[in-house]
Design a protein around this ligand. Sequence first.
Ligand SMILES: Cc1cc2nc3c(=O)[nH]c(=O)nc-3n(C[C@H](O)[C@H](O)[C@H](O)COP(=O)(O)O)c2cc1C
Length: 360
Amino acid sequence: MSNTIGTNFRVTTFGESHGPAIGAIVDGCPAGVSLSVADIQPQLDRRRPGQSTLTTSRAERDQVRILSGVSAGLTMGSPIALVIDNTDCRSEDYEAIQKVPRPSHADFTYCLKYGHTAASGAGRASARETVARVAAGAVAEKFLAVKHNVQIVAWVSAVGGLETPDLTAKTLTRKEVDATQVRCPHEDSARAFAGLIEAVKKEGDSVGGIITCVCRNVPPGWGEPVFGKLNALLAHAMLTIPAAKGFEVGSGFAGARQRGSEQNDLFVLKGGRLGTRTNRSGGIQGGISNGEPLIFRVAFKPASSIAKEQETADYEGRPVKLRIPGRHDPCVLPRAVAIVEAMGALVLADAARQNEECRM
Ligand SMILES: Cc1cc2nc3c(=O)[nH]c(=O)nc-3n(C[C@H](O)[C@H](O)[C@H](O)COP(=O)(O)O)c2cc1C
């Protein structure tokens, strides 16, 4: 099982959804970064279940503890161990699905591969695992902010068929993103998104959407030209998030419908350095950051555990009418904002450390 991401800034996560705790080991953070629980907890609170009626009601406090790697408020260059206890598991909610694999969840493939369904709560396939990524991502973000002034902000830009206007040219803050429960900084869209999620939830159904992420102040030169392309590393990281089904950087799939003359980012002097007039490349060319803001989008499917009746089959192939009980997210997007930011930070921290060694 692959549980580690990164080469120079490496993160290993551990723990199951219904085990005693979830955690991460962060290895490769340089010494001397000021770090405390206060740097990590706000992002965990943004990912936490039970934040609003738009998310699952599982009530985890998600308090992080730093077990190693930090002394007198500074990182020591040694592995940083982060632990978050699981306190609100309800294994009985999963009894109904012991004999029936949830359609489009991980139960069937996990069982085929490992011979068990992780007893309850989907084990390592559960989105509960992402609490560890968010904790580790906050460490990466602190390193990136202190050393390079990198700022990462993501928001919900589409729910179902509804979409915001393009907001990537604005310098949005997390405060603006968090002004609405749905984490969309465009008021009218936020209202429409929340209404759609509430309506879908009432029907016992779920809905997907898109998260847009912008990373500012990324210096030119991060990423590599062949297999270590920054866009490829971001795509990999984003598509490891449960329910993530699509990734695009810059103009992405829309760019496929353009001509070269419409797509090209023309060069221009910007405050004494060469930059681009537009940013359809999303800040990455040839796999290497070009000094413009990084812009990417991640598409999420609707959560598969729904209360609405589905005609499916049990593990023996017998037809079953399934209604999935328990506390599930009608839309994973508001909680996934912090996860997208965390995965972005992990990729950038790794690229930053790799770049330190690239030339004399
Ligand atoms: C923040 C977040 C919360 C999620 N909550 C649920 C949930 O409540 N119910 C559910 O069925 N899936 C949920 N998912 C998605 C599943 O974990 C995911 O669909 C499942 O592991 C199968 O993986 P796949 O969809 O990537 O193939 C959530 C995902 C994220 C990112």
